[in-house]
Write a protein that binds this ligand. Structure first.
Ligand code: LRH
Ligand code: MN
Length: 388
């Protein structure tokens, strides 16, 4: 059995990054429901991310999305985050919300539009220089809706050109994460539709380019943990956008739809050394809380990742390898299921007490009166949102 202090040490060192855009109003094409107490700017989104860290102890950074989090002084924003006890994590460019991008951004047939998109990506690296962020998190809505609309190969050449230009701009510890998505908003081809396309571009680019796995971006039935194990094995797993879904890119709370899948993913991470800081795997949430209160939903999501990680850390790796080497199919499967069927909540409650935080973060947040405070403070002014 894994040593308990080793398991607790790994859980204490866990780092789950929350997304600034999950604190703002969000929705679907049918409706964006406005909620009370919503942050009105990037500073207040950082305050809410700091609140999630205060109640969980393992969410010390927040990812930004530009221009949704545009400010005049990014160094000042980073200082504000520091004063709130957190840091600024990945920087997400946005080349999918302007009319110019109707036929794509970096893959657009029009070189002027490609230039405009590239300039925004490079501007986001300037922002990383100001915030001290390591990761440029790239997602392209680029694609086509009808066969023949554009040359698939030509678009790949345009994409490769832009990625190379951004790659050559990176310095220090900076990396670029290339996210893929099967469909939406394009419905015939996406220019980065799957892990293989992202992987191929990242191998072409070099050491600083890694694949970003958004758990909501696969065809139903896809074995995501296989992709995770493969990329980890090839040192090309840059990180995750955790969320869950029942059908499409639903962006629901991670672990809500399929906690067993989340466990299987974290088991491959733990067994493949992906929890070690040296692996550089970034654990980020990418969710939208369209009907539920934002901060409690993110606290719950962080706890879901923690619980899946704790179960994965309880997998008896020696017994597993033994059974696997003997071809003991049922024995090997039983080792994993024993860990999955372990109730890790008492151990996590104990860990939180050791960390000086309330063993039940959800109940503690409800009791804190924080929501009433921000609801009153933020009664006036425009709430932040996707602006879609
Ligand atoms: C695209 C995506 C991408 C983000 C956006 C908020 O579906 O997953 O990571 O930029 O959601
Ligand atoms: Mn994502």
């Amino acid at each position: 059995m894994p040593d308990r202090s080793t398991v607790l040490a790994a859980l204490r060192a866990q780092h789950i990054e929350t997304p600034s855009w999950a604190y703002g109003n969000s929705g679907t094409r049918f409706k964006v429901f406005a909620q009370e107490g919503i942050p009105r700017n990037a500073y207040e989104k950082i305050d809410d991310a700091a609140t999630v860290h205060r109640f969980t102890g393992v969410a010390p950074t927040v990812a930004l999305h530009i221009p949704w989090d545009k400010v005049d002084d990014y160094a000042d924003l980073a200082a504000h985050a520091g004063n709130q006890g957190i840091g600024i994590g990945a920087i997400n460019p946005n080349v999918f919300q302007e009319d110019d991008y109707r036929l794509g951004s970096v893959c657009n047939p029009d070189p002027a539009v490609r230039r405009k998109a590239l300039d925004h990506l490079l501007e986001c690296v300037d922002i990383m220089d100001a915030t001290g962020s390591r990761d440029l998190s790239l997602w392209f809505a680029d694609g086509t809706n009808y066969p023949g609309q554009d040359s698939i190969a030509e678009r790949q050449a345009r994409l490769g050109e832009a990625l190379r230009a951004v790659y050559d701009r990176l310095t220090g510890e900076q990396r670029m994460l290339v996210e893929y998505k099967l469909f939406e908003p394009a419905f015939y081809t996406m220019d980065v539709p799957d892990w293989g396309t992202s992987y191929a571009h990242c191998v072409d680019l070099g050491e600083r380019a890694k694949v970003l796995v958004d758990t909501g971006h696969h065809a139903p039935g896809t074995n995501i943990e296989f992709i995770v194990a493969f990329l980890l094995h090839r040192a090309k797993l840059g990180g995750f956008h955790f969320n869950s879904r029942f059908y499409a890119d639903d962006d629901l709370m991670v672990g809500a739809a399929d906690p067993f899948q989340l466990f299987r993913i974290m088991a491959e991470i733990v067994l493949g050394g992906g929890l070690d800081k040296a692996s550089g795997v970034a654990f980020m949430l990418d969710q939208c809380h369209n009907i539920e209160p934002k901060i409690p939903a993110l606290i719950r999501s962080v706890l879901n990742v923690q619980e899946a990680t704790a179960k994965a850390l309880l997998v008896d790796a020696n017994a597993l390898r033994q059974a696997q080497s003997e071809g003991d199919v049922l024995g090997a499967n039983a080792v994993l299921m024993d860990a999955f069927n372990t109730d890790v909540r008492p151990m996590l409650a104990e860990l939180r007490e050791d960390m000086g935080i309330d063993p039940d973060p959800i109940a503690a947040y409800r009791r804190s009166g924080h929501f009433d405070k921000i609801r009153a403070e933020r009664a006036d002014g425009a709430a932040a949102g996707w602006g879609a």
